[in-house]
Design a protein around this ligand. Structure first.
Ligand SMILES: Cc1cc2nc3c(=O)[nH]c(=O)nc-3n(C[C@H](O)[C@H](O)[C@H](O)COP(=O)(O)OP(=O)(O)OC[C@H]3O[C@@H](n4cnc5c(N)ncnc54)[C@H](O)[C@@H]3O)c2cc1C
Length: 394
């Protein structure tokens, strides 16, 4: 306890899907002082960054009704977590004391330095500013200019399809396999739709060099590319590692099953940057809700002096937009695909409804803390929405 022995200071680092949900959920205890730190004054809907890139949609939302009245938003970046003095240091120069931290910094692009020219000339789209930059560059191109998308995973497919639907000339270089996380029938459905949209698919080819106006493939072929979009997988900010906390190889904070850091029981994690029991979960909104909900519930339990409940998650599927169409791949609870999928325009409308639903869920949690479906740590099995995202995009 701090201050007048009533207020517990909880700092949530990162105001994405996970951090926003966790901050809202903490409002269940009126004695918690909740601070959410995020670098931007607006919420970024990363699910729409391929639309922002293609110029078909915006990807921000006001925090206004997404955050509960008791959540204080600080627009800043955390540059260090000083676990000894229990303070987070801000890029603006200040420091904030905490009793608990919920670490929800999400993920970012992983553009490999090992591919010559990739960091220099390729455009990632994993963050808002990346997508804005890619869009500005695309806007300057003639409609028939060649655009290469590198990465045959879900992000690569979504952005390739979105651009092709706008009449752009798109090549998708998959680096081995198209949509590796889908089952064979689902993969065929994606390929068919991409072909219909006019996307040239180079499934087994790999980009080994990016030039300002071309990409070089592993067989030496030089493919024209006025703009190259890099969608070859996600990385994770290195704040936890820099702060002396144990992370997995991608930089995700290693936690136990209550989402508590294995190094410090005052630090919890949720969303793309969490690795419960060191397990690499899918980087997805689907995972962000249950992990962040569990992290918040663990803090609430510790403050209340009760045993926190462990995290559990069962998958049912994933839904991938292919332009205005979508393919919904059903999975076993362990996330492996089954033979059954849905596809088509109606599935695309469903996907759009689910994306809107993510904001609706955050608003509901802001108004009714503890209400979010799929984030009740007490339930041994968490019901799943059909949304999952693989960082294994290449
Ligand atoms: C184009 C695209 C399409 C996608 N489509 C889907 C989809 O259809 N379905 C799906 O489930 N997933 C999808 N994803 C993945 C999904 O967006 C992520 O899994 C999800 O955003 C994870 O939520 P999060 O809260 O963990 O992280 P984020 O949403 O990334 O939020 C993290 C926040 O923390 C902030 N932050 C980072 N560092 C700091 C710091 N040091 N201090 C303060 N704040 C910090 C970031 O700026 C950000 O605002 C997609 C991703 C992309 C890029």
């Amino acid at each position: 306890m701090t201050d007048n022995n009533r207020t517990h200071k909880v700092i949530v680092i990162g105001g994405g899907y996970a951090g926003t949900l966790a901050a809202n959920r903490l409002q269940q205890n009126p004695d918690i002082d909740i601070t959410l730190i995020n670098p931007r004054p607006k919420f970024v809907q990363r699910l729409r960054l391929h639309q922002l890139t293609a110029g078909t949609g915006d990807a921000t939302a006001d925090y206004g009704d997404l955050l509960g009245d008791r959540v204080r938003l600080v627009v800043d970046s955390v540059i260090d977590i000083d676990t000894a003095s229990r303070k987070v240091l801000l890029a603006s120069g200040g420091a904030l004391a905490y009793d608990y931290v919920i670490y929800a910094v999400g993920s970012t692009a992983a553009v490999p330095e090992s591919v010559p020219g990739a960091t220099e000339f390729a455009y990632p789209i994993a963050e808002f500013e990346h997508a804005q930059r890619a869009r500005a560059a695309i806007d300057k191109l003639a409609t028939d200019a060649w655009i290469t998308v590198v990465g045959g995973g879900l992000t690569g497919i979504e952005v390739a399809a979105e651009l092709a639907e706008q009449g752009r000339t798109v090549t998708l270089v998959c680096g081995g396999r198209l949509a590796p996380s889908l089952g064979e029938p689902g993969r065929r459905a994606v390929a068919k739709r991409l072909r219909k949209l006019g996307v040239t698919m180079l499934e087994s080819d790999t980009v080994i060099e990016v030039r300002p106006d071309a990409v070089v493939l592993a067989d030496g072929a030089v493919w024209p590319s006025a703009i190259t979009i890099w969608a070859g997988g996600f990385g994770v900010p290195d704040l936890a590692r820099r702060s002396g906390l144990r992370t997995d190889e991608l930089g995700r904070l290693i936690t136990d099953e209550t989402l508590t850091s294995v190094d410090d029981d005052r630090i919890l994690a949720g969303g793309d940057c969490a690795a419960p029991s060191g397990e690499g979960l899918r980087m997805a909104c689907y995972t962000a809700g249950p992990t962040a909900g569990t992290a918040a519930d663990t803090v609430l339990s510790r403050i209340a002096g009760v045993q926190p409940a462990p995290f559990a998650l069962a998958y049912v599927g994933s839904c991938l937009a292919v332009g205005r169409h979508a393919v919904m791949q059903f999975t076993r609870s362990d996330d492996t695909p089954v033979g059954f999928h849905l596809r088509g325009r109606v599935t695309g409308m469903f996907k759009e409804a689910v994306i809107k639903g993510t904001l609706w869920g955050l608003r509901r949690e802001a108004r009714k803390p503890g209400a979010a479906a799929g984030a009740k740590a007490a339930s041994p099995r968490i019901p799943c929405s059909p949304l999952r995202w693989s960082h294994d995009d290449f």
